[in-house]
Design a protein around this ligand. Structure first.
Ligand code: PEP
Ligand code: MN
Length: 338
């Protein structure tokens, strides 16, 4: 449930209500908006004397939150959340592009990619150090050595860095190297992994599962947030449908649906959604027009030689040209794209 305070409620009033809730053993989440303060309550409501709270003169009303996700719910936090990175913020007026290779293959390949994506206007360098491959015989990633290269690329370019983590051990290792942990589509409902990421203070990029509903996705975000880490960014990367012309089907409607249900930022990954570089420009434009807060795009210095996802990777020149086109769409949507 949420407790909506009256416009005139003071800090002391808010304190009185929150202590009433915490005394009963429940958790509070205070969201102070420009107009009104909302106190979200998480836990067993039967332990709470809601009539008493509802009768306080500083309380406007009590509203039940029927959805199972609370902290990720827009009702708890009506203002959009903005996740702060060292060189940018995600969820505000700026559109943030994360770009780089599917997998970190070598120091040279990563540094070349980092220069290329920075040159195109990306703010965050992506690169997989732990690769969740369909076949156990495919390249599995450089692991910690890859994370070290990412950190060097960060120092060289000033870009933030994001890497996927596929195990609790990888979360613990990567948390000290990266600016953002990525939980991949295949692990969206790996609840122990979500909880481990939630115990860190590193922002988490949570990709939508291959067959996950939006409700399941928001509950996955709730797992991270309920452990204390509120810095979650959602990433729509296409879902499995009967259609085989593209690797997955980009669910454009997920953007306005998420915006109506949650305060969390949402970005779109047109690379994994399409699987083909020819479609990346169209999907990126559609994502911006639909209100996405950013994009994640695979870029490789030489896609033909890529150890993974070459067919969906742009080369540096293609990335630069795409970014130029996207700036026009961003401007038309009143968003900034660097
Ligand atoms: C990735 O971004 O490298 C990746 C594996 O994506 P997804 O989890 O969306 O398949
Ligand atoms: Mn990939």
């Amino acid at each position: 449930m949420i407790i909506v305070m009256r416009h005139a409620a003071t800090k002391d009033d808010i304190q009185q209500v929150t202590s009433e809730v915490t005394k009963a053993g429940l958790m509070v989440n205070v969201s102070e908006g420009a107009e009104v303060t909302i106190i979200g309550v998480v836990g067993d409501k039967t332990k709470l004397n809601s009539d008493k709270i509802g009768s306080l003169s500083c309380v406007d009303k009590i509203v039940a939150v029927t959805e199972s996700y609370k902290l990720a719910n827009k009702k708890f936090h009506p203002e959009p959340s903005v996740v702060q990175m060292h060189n940018c913020s995600i969820g505000g007026k700026d559109l943030i592009v994360m770009a780089g290779p599917c997998a970190i293959e070598s120091k040279e390949q990563l540094f070349e990619s980092a220069d290329a994506v920075k040159n195109g206007g990306a703010m965050i360098l992506r690169g997989g150090a732990y690769k969740p491959r369909t076949s156990p015989y495919s390249f599995q990633g450089l692991e910690e050595e890859g994370l070290k290269y990412m950190q060097e690329a960060r120092a060289k370019t000033g870009l933030s860095i994001v890497c996927e983590v596929t195990s609790i051990q990888a979360v613990n290792t990567a948390a000290s190297y990266v600016d953002m942990l990525q939980i991949g589509a295949r692990n969206m409902q790996n609840f122990e992994l979500l909880k481990a990421a939630g115990k860190t203070t590193v922002p988490v990029l949570l990709k939508r599962g291959l067959c996950a509903t939006i409700e399941e996705w928001l509950n996955a975000a709730e797992y991270i947030m309920s452990e204390g880490n509120q810095n979650v960014i959602l990433c729509e990367r296409g879902i499995r449908t009967f259609e085989t012309s593209t690797r997955n089907t980009l669910d454009i409607s997920a953007i306005p649906v998420i915006k109506s249900k949650s305060h969390l930022p949402i970005i779109v990954d047109p690379s994994h959604a399409s699987g083909k570089k020819a479609y990346i420009a169209s999907l990126s434009k559609a994502a911006i027009a639909a209100g996405a807060d950013g994009l994640m795009i695979e870029v490789h210095p030489n896609p033909k030689m890529a150890l993974s996802d070459g067919p969906q990777s742009l080369n540096p020149q293609e990335f630069k040209e795409l970014m130029d086109e996207l700036r026009l769409i961003a401007a038309a949507c009143n968003r900034n794209l660097s």
